[in-house]
Design a binder for this molecule. Structure first.
Ligand SMILES: C[S@@+](CC[C@H](N)C(=O)[O-])C[C@H]1O[C@@H](n2cnc3c(N)ncnc32)[C@H](O)[C@@H]1O
Length: 233
């Protein structure tokens, strides 16, 4: 399997993440979900949810009309996604080695996954391989401005920086760990894989009841959403 630090980390926090992601209105995701569905739009093709976790993004894609395949390298996540009937098909695999044929998907989604992946260019190349010509890749990452807010004074924005944060909020604990990257790193990974950025959004949080802790993200972008097209040739 590709670089295992990312997979080892998510294996070790799988139970934490499932509780964090599934507790109603706890995670920031719920303050963005409606905007996400509107931005993805309705579709009837085949979608691949890479790094599906416990399956909430697969369920959103299914609600948009897609026939969804959910894949994650952590078996516990894939089993949780299956139990919640999140998708039509499931597989255990990392983004860099997807067990699917070339060009089989109309939409490939990596929602808050690439900042956790050790080899971003390799993951993007492999996700492009399974995307049909003119198909859409959808990427969500933590916005580089949000990373800046957490950055140590001596760090350089331009470097790929390791982050690790143990968070405790309203009775739930979660250990997030991954990478902070300059915006250009994602653009370069897409470009060099032969994908053209066609749309970009900086959604503002729409906090739900009990999500006052997200107030900051109504003023600053927490996530960056990018749509890129798989260019022919
Ligand atoms: C922050 S969670 C997001 C899960 C899901 N996309 C969501 O938004 O609910 C990050 C996910 O990335 C997955 N992941 C970690 N390393 C990966 C890799 N190399 N390839 C694919 N997914 C990976 C983790 O197992 C985890 O499910």
């Amino acid at each position: 399997m590709e670089g295992s630090r990312d997979i080892d980390h998510w294996t070790s926090v799988a139970a934490q993440w499932i509780a964090w992601a599934r507790t109603p209105n706890h995670d920031a995701f719920w303050a963005y979900q409606d905007q996400l569905k509107a931005y993805v739009g309705t579709g009837t093709g085949a979608a691949l949810d890479v790094g599906c976790g416990e399956g909430r993004v697969s369920r959103a894609l299914t609600a948009c009309g897609y026939t969804v395949t959910a894949v994650d390298p952590v078996p516990e996540f894939v089993e949780a996604a299956r139990q919640a009937q999140s998708a039509r098909r499931y597989a255990v695999a990392p983004a860099g080695a997807l067990p699917f044929e070339d060009g089989g998907f109309d939409l490939v989604m990596a929602y808050n996954v690439l900042m956790d992946v050790d080899d971003v260019p390799g993951a993007v190349r492999e996700m492009k391989r399974v995307l049909r010509r003119n198909g859409t890749m959808f990427i969500s990452v933590v916005h580089p401005l949000a990373d800046l807010a957490l950055m140590e004074a001596q760090e350089r924005y331009f470097d790929r920086r390791r982050f690790s944060a143990k968070v405790e909020e309203r009775g739930l604990a979660m250990h997030f760990a991954g990478w902070a990257e300059p915006l250009e790193a994602y653009a370069r990974a897409l470009e060099s894989a032969g994908l053209a950025i066609v749309s970009l959004r900086e959604p503002s949080a729409a906090p739900l009841a009990g999500q006052d802790h997200l107030d900051r993200w109504t003023r600053l972008p927490l996530f960056l959403w990018i749509k890129a097209r798989n260019l022919p040739g």
